[in-house]
Write a protein that binds this ligand. Structure first.
Ligand code: SF4
Ligand code: SF4
Length: 344
């Protein structure tokens, strides 16, 4: 299904999505984040600072609560996510491509029911990039495209005073049907314009990873390269790169004790981070990734080698956030190009 939506009608579409809690990009104190729509969505954002991964994989979630009363059997109460549908507007193509990658992690050999119960209730309404929203975009180098529809339910393309709106999944189609007469049929001129807009977007210059297909093997050959330590020297282990990444997914699980007698509390999952020095720290005090070089190598190899070996695709979607936001300028494109250039 392909339709035209006048930009003035976007509030009408949001209002028609009565079964959905709608979210969209919002600018707060200079930072673009996803916020509840409150009747409208803005789609003039470059990209959001944080990726939309937290709709399906929140930074903190409770698995169950527990209570142990003396002389009684322990009581566990599972806490599943609420059955609420969420429509996330303004998802850029790189972040859309993050969705099937997260699905692989949380629902491939083993189903993570907390993830899948959220995920099945989320629709991603994408916005094609007419040109790269950041100078650090490199989606074309990792098999993506500024007009990719991977992971999306609907793709919107900005045509100036209107959007070209295309349903990608049955869910997306149902969302467009809900809009009814708000949408118009595209004319031949609209079809021509969207085709040209997409072609121009793909032709727009971006940053590049050299020889992306050769990267997994070259990284494997470079495991012991001294370059890792050299390039990671400035890293302060803040973890910004992975927290903002649409496909980083490491987590920790802890029991939070609220009362000691009688014992009660909650089992909680929180994001963890391979760039933290204690991420791999053993209780013996030994740390197999004891320096920043080993930790940078892990992050890069996971994105471009290990995930590729497991699933046949780069895990990185080229959003450029880790490059733009690293406070000390560690740049994954430069790192990959430099290490692979020197591969033995
Ligand atoms: S590794 Fe960096 S560029 Fe790649 S998807 Fe993650 S944040 Fe984006
Ligand atoms: S954002 Fe930069 S400094 Fe912070 S952990 Fe990542 S690479 Fe290190």
């Amino acid at each position: 299904m392909e339709k035209i939506l006048d930009k003035k009608q976007i509030d009408g579409w949001v209002a028609a999505l009565t079964d959905w809690e709608v979210h969209g990009p919002a600018l707060e104190e200079g930072i673009w984040t996803y916020q509840p729509a409150n009747g409208t969505v803005r789609l003039d954002h470059p990209n959001t600072k944080q990726s939309p991964k937290e709709f399906a994989f929140p930074q903190r979630e409770i698995f169950f609560s527990f209570e142990q009363i003396k002389g009684e059997a322990p009581r566990l109460t599972q806490i599943m996510p609420k059955e609420q549908r969420h429509a996330v507007f303004g998802v850029r193509p790189c972040d859309g491509r993050g969705v099937p990658r997260m699905d692989k992690v949380f629902n491939d050999h083993v189903e993570d029911k907390y993830y899948t119960s959220r995920r099945k209730n989320i629709a991603y309404v994408g916005l094609a990039c007419n040109k790269p929203p950041s100078p650090n975009c490199f989606c074309l180098s990792v098999g993506g495209s500024p007009v990719s529809t991977d992971g999306l339910d609907v793709q919107m393309t900005d045509l100036g005073d209107r959007y070209f709106v295309k349903a990608i999944t049955e869910t997306g189609k149902a969302m467009m049907v809900a809009g009814g007469k708000i949408f118009a049929d595209p004319s031949a001129a609209d079809q021509k314009q969207v085709k040209q807009t997409h072609a121009d977007a793909v032709a727009y210059p971006q940053r590049k990873i050299n020889d992306p297909d050769g990267v997994p093997a070259k990284l494997k050959a470079s495991f012991n390269s001294p370059l890792w330590e050299e390039m990671a020297r400035a890293c302060i282990g803040c973890g910004i790169c992975t927290f903002l990444c649409p496909t980083c997914h490491c987590f920790d699980i802890n029991d939070e004790v609220h009362n000691k007698a009688p014992l009660s509390g909650q089992r909680v999952r929180t994001w963890d981070n391979c760039q933290f020095p204690d991420f791999t720290m053993h209780s013996s005090g030994h740390n197999p990734r004891e320096n920043t070089g080993a930790r940078l190598r892990q992050r890069v190899n996971h994105k471009f080698q290990y995930f590729h070996e497991n699933f046949g695709m780069h895990q990185c979607t080229g959003c450029g956030r880790c490059v733009s936001e690293c406070p000390v300028g560690i740049d994954i494109v430069t790192v990959v190009n430099k290490v692979t250039e020197h591969a033995g």
